[in-house]
Design a protein around this ligand. Structure first.
Ligand code: PMP
Length: 391
């Protein structure tokens, strides 16, 4: 079909630059090992932090829900698509996060977009960390509020933004809890203190901290003991929880407001029963089986130390997200391809996901990896790194 020559031209350029990528197909379930092109390889690219995608309690809950309630819900929540299990999951999430209420969205992405695009007006200002996730950026793009971006985790710059926006009705400071590409943790206690000093609201996106940090994986607010001092907590059900979805946890007024004004909530069909039941089972697993979080951190320490001992630059990561810095986009893809030949799936992350010159292979270990798998993966990193002159 003609009409897309302008896109084809750009794609041709990507191919020339060797930055064009086909999607990688998994021919197995999402676990510590996956099958790619008929070969079993060690998976180091998923967000399946606790290995819950294949946990029997989640699988059984999903199967039972399909039998009892069918495959789909047939409506948006506000018309005929709210099932008792949706409300029950939200109560469970609110208890888990120690908040008054919670509201589930179809994804973490739409949770961020939903909250940011609805609760602010031209009278308000949103102040956002420069490295926040794309869904926060897109949510901000949809508001009429004033915008300020502060330098990544720079508290002097944040304070300057707070001083310069004192005329606004509401200031909302938003940060990722754990930054998705570097694996560093936001200085949340300092952010909260500044926001208290300047009477601003705080929102944290704990997509990579829920199920990972804090007691039973309750997230960064719990990790830093900031309960009651962070106004909005966003979480995802798609990563450590092992299923799909996102949620906003906070005061009841926030939930009530979002139900009436958050467009992704209002205009998109609710989660199928299987998804909702599996998410609910996952929260039970977090509460009943804390050993998964312990295993995740033991594996993280082992793997990170191993990469550093091999001589790789792992940036400023403090969490299971460990980048292996390369710099050049094409070389990063080559590194990832070489690792795959060596039996490890670790995806390269290049511009525009990260700034030019900061391309990296991003690794994420999970609680599901055995020590033997991690040792094999480290050997593969050593061989691939030497082959390409990275170490
Ligand atoms: N926030 C952050 C920080 C993320 O890394 C992601 C996922 N890439 C999201 C939100 C979106 O979550 P979901 O995959 O559930 O849409």
């Amino acid at each position: 079909m003609t009409g897309f020559e302008y896109l084809e031209e750009e794609i041709r350029q990507w191919k020339q630059e060797r930055t064009f990528r086909s999607l990688t197909e998994l021919e197995s379930d999402q676990a510590s090992r996956v099958k790619i092109q008929g070969r079993e390889v060690i998976q180091l690219s998923s967000n399946n932090y606790l290995g819950l995608t294949t946990h029997p309690r989640l699988q059984e809950a999903a199967l039972q829900a399909v039998k009892d309630y069918g495959a789909g819900t047939g409506s948006v929540r506000t018309i005929a698509g709210t099932f008792s299990m949706h409300e029950a999951l939200e109560r469970k999430l609110a208890d888990f996060k120690h908040t008054e209420a919670a509201l589930v969205f179809q994804s973490g992405f739409t949770a961020n977009v939903g909250v940011l695009s609805s609760i602010l007006s031209e009278k308000d200002v949103v102040i956002s960390d420069a490295l926040n996730h794309a869904s926060i950026i897109d949510g901000i793009r949809l508001t009429k509020a004033g915008r300020r971006i502060y330098k990544h985790a720079d508290m002097d710059d944040l304070e300057k933004a707070l001083q310069e926006t004192q005329g606004a009705r509401t200031r909302l400071v938003v940060t990722d809890g754990v930054f998705s590409m570097d694996g560093d943790v936001a200085p949340l206690p300092e952010i909260v203190e500044l926001c208290e000093k300047y009477d601003a609201l705080v929102m944290v996106d704990d997509a990579h901290a829920s199920g990972v940090m804090g007691t039973n994986g309750r997230g960064t607010v719990d990790h830093f003991n900031l309960h009651g001092r962070v106004h909005i907590q966003v979480g995802t059900l798609s990563k450590a929880i092992g299923v799909l979805g996102g949620y906003v946890a906070g005061p009841s007024a926030l939930r009530d407001y979002l139900i009436h004004r958050a467009r992704p909530f209002l205009f998109s069909t609710s989660h199928p029963p299987a998804v909702t039941a599996a998410c609910s089972a996952a929260i039970d697993v977090l509460l009943d089986e804390p050993e998964w979080v312990d295993r995740l951190w033991a594996n993280t320490r082992l793997f990170k130390k191993g990469l550093q001992q091999l001589g790789f630059d792992t940036g400023k990561s403090e969490t299971p997200i460990t980048p292996v810095m390369v710099g050049n986009d094409a070389l990063t893809h080559k590194f990832s391809d070489t690792l795959l030949e060596e039996g490890v799936y670790a995806q390269g992350i290049v511009y525009p996901t990260v700034p030019k010159g900061e391309a990296r292979v991003r690794t994420i270990v999970t609680a599901g990896h055995s020590r033997q798998e991690l040792e094999k993966a480290l050997e593969a990193f050593g061989r691939a790194g030497q082959k390409l002159g990275l170490i």
